[in-house]
Design a protein around this ligand. Structure first.
Ligand SMILES: *Cc1c(COP(=O)(O)O)cnc(C)c1O
Length: 454
């Protein structure tokens, strides 16, 4: 597969270059030359295939010729050592994407990327420095994914005081090849610093640099996997029973009618729009998804765009769903490379939800169903309610992508709904000590730091 930059359709690179570069040299984002299509026998068996087999079928066309089947299979087995269960909650499904080590969906992309990098650089001597800007969850997932990977150093930039104590421990508590910078500014500032450093030619002469944000194509592609798996199950009339790690205090009655063969709508709580873009890829590949809902908090740049047709990026505003506090979503450029405004309007319904509505939803769903939603998933849940009230969702079956485990946002969830159960991986992370360096949102300070630590 060849990849081109969203800003230049005439030059192509292979998967390894696109992945290891992160951002294209012209400042654009890499996209595949074409979106491949699943073979018919795969499309008809998503519902019953093992998650790792779906992963293999999904990722293979994007990396073939560069990662052989047996290496890809190994990478997948160790990246996806957990599942994405589809759990019925009241009148819809929760697609639980939080069973990885940092309890958020970004584990899928980050773990695959770390292992793919390590494989693609297997004959390189020069160490690689990865820069990551995070609004909360990316940093922890990337740090965890790369922790201890030989020859790779990771520097995570996060907005000081705007991530939870647990997120900070996941980002800045590992040490070894992972360093953390608390930036005096917003997530957009962190993102800008990373983009400037990656575009700095002087710096690039001195060290091998890459990024690991959702702009990185190697993080995006593996995220298409759970869309095919979840939509496949829902479309086949299947679902998963509650397991040990289901965040539920008691199980109450369900009210889902028979849904086999019905159109599937998936609601994606969105910030930087990497997750939704991966969903669009899965749909184009042939996963049985009828439509998407892009649910944001008050950082509603994309819902506004879908309504008005005008794209107005803006500064981000802090909310209780902080991993979605993005005013200028990077992946919008990638979405626009593949889809026109009209196409986007046909496939995606936009909606936004404020903090008050998010809190009410967490309370209400815990009372009604015993199920704990984290603030991001609650934005998704409420978004579905709002669009349902406006009669905008096609009749069928609806799933919310539950992007994080509620215990990851204990400070928000506990006062509203009582304490959710804490997964073991989070309990362990809580024990770590934070080791971070505070820096101003100033590119020269970041560059000095990188040179010192080269
Ligand atoms: C990152 C994140 C999001 C937003 O995902 P994007 O791909 O940036 O749109 C939503 N919820 C949680 C919990 C996240 O960590």
């Amino acid at each position: 597969m060849q990849y081109y930059s969203t800003r230049n359709k005439n030059e192509f690179v292979n998967f390894a270059s696109a992945a290891l570069c992160g951002l294209a040299p012209d400042g654009g984002l890499y996209v595949p030359q074409e979106i491949p299509v699943y073979p018919a026998h795969v499309r008809s068996s998503f519902g019953t295939m093992d998650f790792r087999d779906i992963a293999f079928e999904t990722i293979k066309p994007y990396v073939k010729d560069e990662i052989n089947d047996s290496a890809l299979s190994d990478i997948i087995q160790s990246s996806f050592a957990f599942n994405a269960p589809v759990v019925p909650v009241m009148d819809r499904f929760c697609v639980e994407l939080f069973h990885g080590p940092t309890a958020a969906f970004k584990d899928f992309g980050a773990r695959f990327m770390a292992r793919a990098f390590s494989y693609l650089r297997r004959s390189e001597d020069r160490p690689l420095r990865i820069l990551v800007a995070t609004s909360g969850d990316t940093g922890g997932a990337v740090a965890d994914g790369f922790f201890g990977v030989p020859g790779i150093f990771v520097t995570v930039l996060y907005p000081k005081g705007r991530v939870t104590p647990l997120q900070e421990k996941q980002i800045a508590g590992l040490g070894k090849n992972i360093s953390a910078l608390a930036v005096e500014g917003s997530f957009d500032d962190c993102q800008r610093l990373v983009k400037s450093a990656l575009a700095d030619n002087e710096l690039k002469k001195q060290m091998s640099l890459s990024s690991a944000n959702s702009i990185n194509i190697s993080r995006l592609i593996p995220q298409a996997v759970y869309y095919a798996s979840a939509a496949g199950k829902m479309h086949s009339g299947l679902n998963d029973p509650d397991g040990d790690a289901t965040p539920r205090k008691k199980k109450l009655e369900q009210s889902i009618k028979s849904y086999a063969g019905m159109p599937v709508t998936l609601c994606v709580p969105s910030g930087n729009f990497g997750n939704l873009t991966a969903g669009l890829y899965a749909m184009k590949m042939g996963a049985p998804i009828h439509q998407f809902i892009a649910a944001t908090n008050i950082n509603k740049t994309v819902p506004d765009f879908l309504e008005s047709g005008e794209y107005n990026p803006r500064f981000s505003q802090a909310t209780i769903s902080n991993a979605m506090d993005v005013g200028a979503p990077s992946n919008f450029e990638r979405m626009s490379a593949h889809f026109s405004l009209d196409e986007m309007r046909r496939i995606i319904l936009g909606v936004y939800v404020n903090d008050m509505e998010t809190q009410e939803t967490i309370i209400h769903i815990a009372e009604k169903s015993g199920y704990f939603l984290d603030p991001h998933s609650a934005v998704g849940w409420k978004g579905v309610d709002k669009l349902t009230a406006e009669n905008k969702i096609k009749e069928g079956v609806t799933g919310i992508l539950n992007t994080a485990h509620p215990a990851k946002f204990m400070e928000v969830v506990k006062p509203l709904a009582g304490p959710p159960p804490v997964p073991e991986a989070l309990a362990r992370a809580m024990e770590r000590t934070v080791n971070t360096k505070i820096i101003p949102a100033d590119i020269s300070v970041l560059i000095d730091f990188l040179k010192e630590h080269n």
